[in-house]
Structures are given as structure tokens and as C-alpha cells.
Design a protein. Sequence first.
Length: 198
Amino acid sequence: MNITSFLIYCVIVTFTPGPTNIVILSTAHNFGTKRAMEYSYGATVAFGILLGISAVLNTVLLALIPKVLLIMQVIGSVYMLYLAYQIYKMDVSDSAGIQTGTFISGFLMQFINPKVVLFTMTVIPSFVMPFYTAPPALAVFVAAITIIGFCAFITWVLFGVMFKEFLKKYQKTVNIIMALFLVYSAIVASGIVQLIKR
């Protein structure tokens, strides 16, 4: 397993601006740290649940359709390339539409956030399941990814406006670097490297 590529993918997807992170930033700025943390707790619980659902669903699919892992790797790689393009052209100055900072709003946001849903449904089969399929191992990865996500949410709470200003100032450079890292992760997750080495 390429841990570097796995961590790059997890960190970039969870730390870069998306609906949840922008709402956390806006909540921290407008309502304070306490409300932003409450929202973050809800988002983290839902993130972990989605990862757990992904692990169970993909394990069942793997048992029923052995070739599904290859299909999910391809879908995951295509999604990473799409996400790289979205990050490349992203504008962090857009304001968040949802301004509430409650546990429930943070929880529910994850289930309607396409970035989170697609990430949770592709990270396990793309990076973990080609090497680990035992439930305890999958549980460890679900917990690790959830912790990475929580750290991302906390980062957005702590930096508040400062982080937003930094991204505005160096937006294009940061976006290009993040996009290139995602392209690298997509190539590794696709399995192309292993095929070329053969």
C-alpha cells in the first residue's frame, strides 16, 4: 500500500475548501469557536459513519462481484482527477450559504456534500481494500481517516479568517500545488503504475 499517496489524498480532500470547511470558517467568523466546534463534531460523526458505510458496502460488493474493486479504483481515480480540476479553478472568496453552527446541521451537511460522499465511497476501495479486507484493518483505516477529517475541521475553526485571507492571497499557487498532488494520487490509485512495472 502506498501510504504517502493515501495520506496525500486524505489530507488534500479534507483540508481544502469545500462546503463543510467553508461553513466551518464562516461559523467561526460569525458565531465564534463554540458554535464552529459544535458544527465540526456533527460533521465528524457523519464523516465516520459514511466511511463505515463505504467499508461495509465495498466489502459486500467485493464478496459478490470480485472485479468490483477494479471498477471502484477507476471511479476513484477519475473522481480524484475531477477534484484536482475543481481545486485548480476554485475560488475561496465565495461565501457559504449555510450559516448555522449546530451539531445537526454539521451532521446533515456531510450527507448532502458531494465532495464528502464521493470521497468516502472511493478512498476505502481505491487505497485500502486492494491490500486490506479484514474488518479490524478496515476499522482502523476508517478511524484514521475520520481523525484526519476532524483535524481538518479543527484547522478551519482555529485559523478562521486568517486561513481564508491566506488562501485568498496565495489562492492560485495553493490550488495548483493541491491539484498536482491529487493528480499524483489518482495515478497511484488507478493501478497504472503497477501495470507499467510489470
